[in-house]
Design a protein around this ligand. Structure first.
Ligand SMILES: Cc1cc2nc3c(=O)[nH]c(=O)nc-3n(C[C@H](O)[C@H](O)[C@H](O)COP(=O)(O)OP(=O)(O)OC[C@H]3O[C@@H](n4cnc5c(N)ncnc54)[C@H](O)[C@@H]3O)c2cc1C
Length: 281
């Protein structure tokens, strides 16, 4: 896992090379193009910003990079932004995979992915984001929902062969279960909501509360729907004494809220936990 800050590069205009249905509600989109050259190696699991064309545009109009940061096109041309994860970057093949939850046509990203055809254009900025796990920890707890499966898979793949711990993944139904690269000493548990609403579910929280705690320092990688990420994060910090520095906890989305509606709240929640850590909680 690379933690180095990548050199600043302007967003890349990439095109769909192919798509692959991983499960009924998960689509892998493989992106390629000359602009992918120089994409940081070892970036699986890192955050990327996707830039989608607005209605009426064929290709998105991407910002350029000025000395003080991005220079955006005027508001009516500005691309629509969503945050996703690098599922795989293959330098030799010149391919970048992004795994999309297909949650319906009410989200621009989900709708774009469901209709993606070879040649369709998208902008990609990044990769970036904090480290997803601490390789030197005594054991690992990896927690997510389908939106976080690329992060979960990258952490499991990056763990040493003898790493110990648990991976807990909540899915909307059993059809979303798929093979993951789990070290033999990590126990993977799938939890199915059987169609219940994500925002009301507490399956992951209950599973964490019941976990037999292993001795030593734990590294936690946690992402998914906001309500459970926040509840699990608070449980880990306050009741399990997990150190903030050993906790990657990012609410990836919020039930019944678009990214535009949720963006500010996510940043407030993440600032809150940073302050709690400074205060020694
Ligand atoms: C760091 C980071 C990494 C992420 N990586 C990934 C990734 O690799 N793959 C991925 O699929 N998502 C990922 N997400 C989550 C993704 O950004 C959000 O799900 C985003 O809201 C999707 O945008 P949209 O345009 O499809 O829907 P929006 O316009 O944002 O929302 C429309 C409606 O769909 C609902 N909705 C949004 N996401 C989901 C979902 N996952 N399941 C069910 N309903 C949903 C919303 O609650 C809302 O009601 C990541 C988020 C972050 C912050």
């Amino acid at each position: 896992m690379s933690t180095a800050t990548p050199a600043r590069t302007p967003p890349r205009l990439l095109r769909v090379r192919r798509t692959e249905r991983l499960t009924p509600e998960m689509l892998r989109v493989t992106l390629a193009g000359p602009a992918l050259a120089g994409f940081p190696l070892d970036s699986a699991g890192a955050h990327i910003k996707l830039m989608f064309a607005r209605e009426g545009q064929v290709d998105p109009v991407l910002p350029t990079l000025g000395p003080d940061g991005p220079i955006w096109p005027p508001a009516h041309l500005k691309p629509i932004l969503r945050t996703y994860t690098v599922a795989r970057y293959d330098e030799a093949a010149g391919e970048l995979d992004v795994d999309f939850v297909l949650h319906g046509d009410d989200g621009i990203a989900s709708r774009w992915a469901a209709r993606a055809r070879p040649g369709d254009a998208i902008g990609v900025a990044g990769p970036g984001g904090p480290p997803r796990f601490q390789p030197g920890a005594d054991w690992h707890l990896v927690i997510g929902d389908p939106s976080a499966l690329a992060m979960v898979a990258s952490v499991l793949e990056g763990l040493p062969a003898e790493a110990r711990g648990y991976a807990l993944v909540e899915v909307p139904n059993r059809h979303e279960i798929r093979p993951l690269p789990v070290p033999g000493t990590v126990e993977l548990r799938w939890l199915s909501r059987d169609g219940a609403t994500a925002g009301d579910s507490r399956l992951l929280l209950q599973a964490v509360q019941r976990l037999p705690w292993l001795p030593g320092r734990v590294s936690v990688s946690l992402a998914g729907e906001s309500a459970q990420v926040v509840a699990i994060r608070d449980h880990l910090l306050r009741e399990r004494g997990v150190a903030r520095a050993d906790l990657y906890a990012v609410p990836y989305w919020k039930d019944r809220h678009t990214e535009e509606a949720y963006h500010e709240e996510r940043h407030r929640l993440m600032d809150e936990v940073a302050e709690a850590a400074t205060a020694g909680e």
